[in-house]
Design a protein around this ligand. Structure first.
Ligand code: 13P
Length: 264
């Protein structure tokens, strides 16, 4: 089955980096598996990366949504620094990351002021992404932190986080979840392959339990957290893994191209 191989560049890159990156990537990509490759560059460089999209056949995505639409009382929400789903679509994006742990930790801080004393919830950002005629495909990030894991609370935390994705009036076309244990992000540590498979299976069953009308084929679960060339093939081949979301290693063009070229 076609897998997703996604590069989350976070707040990295500049024009020179992008030029050098795609000169190499376009020449050396040999994606015989026809996997879906997605780049999530910083918003300011979306346009620079978009230029290489056709040549290398990848998709583009935004790293978060923080505004658009209306406040809870129905009035327009105006936000300096806001980026709307329409802007992402206008700039060639078809995906959006929602609920990344690096954003969740600041979500009460992003929108704060006299009209709102809280951040947008994950459910609200999903609805913003789905609004409009040509909606973005949400990749919804979940994951436990080290304390949750040590306390044996991983399943409870994941199930609570998945409620935000499942109990919405509008439903995404496809349910794509990225399982990113917070303790594995940027740490060089990853769960065992058995644990990854087990948790991905749990995420799929949990969504199916909450939304009985869905079919398993409508759900994809990606793994993220310290994926690199050494472990990518094993992770991608593990049962119930439908792709990977890569941070640090996606900035190293040779390494990321080799991951895209893996025979899975
Ligand atoms: P690393 O691959 O650097 O651990 O980052 C993972 C991540 O946060 C992807 O969204």
């Amino acid at each position: 089955m076609k897998k997703i191989i996604a590069a989350n560049w976070k707040n990295n890159g500049d024009k020179k980096f992008i030029k050098n990156y795609f000169e190499y990537f376009s020449k050396n990509l040999n994606n015989t598996n026809k996997n879906e490759i997605i780049f999530f560059p910083p918003d300011l460089y979306m346009d620079q990366v978009d230029k290489y999209k056709k040549q290398s056949n990848f998709r583009l995505g935004g790293q978060t949504l923080n505004t658009a639409g209306s406040d809870s009382d129905g009035s327009d929400l105006v936000l300096t620094s806001g980026t709307s789903s329409e802007m992402y679509i206008d700039n060639g994006c078809s995906y959006i990351l929602i609920g990344h742990s690096e954003i969740r930790q600041f979500s009460n801080f992003l929108i704060d002021g006299p009209k709102m004393d809280r951040g947008l919830t994950e459910s609200e950002t999903i609805i913003l992404a789905l609004q409009g005629s040509d909606s973005l495909q949400v990749i919804f990030c979940v994951g436990e932190n080290e304390d949750d894991k040590n306390a044996g609370d991983t399943h409870t935390i994941l199930s609570e986080q998945l409620d935000d994705l499942c109990y919405l009036k509008v439903k995404p076309k496809k349910f794509i979840v990225a399982y990113e244990p917070v303790w594995a992000i940027g740490s060089g540590k990853i769960p065992t392959l058995e644990d990854i498979s087990f948790i991905h299976r749990f995420i799929k069953s949990s969504i199916l339990e909450k939304l009985s009308s869905l079919k398993e084929k409508d759900i994809m679960v990606l793994y993220g957290g310290s994926v690199n060339l050494k472990n990518a093939k094993d992770i991608l081949c593990a049962p119930h893994v439908d792709g990977v979301l890569i941070g640090g290693a996606s900035l190293k063009v040779k390494e990321f191209t080799s991951i895209c070229n893996l025979k899975i």
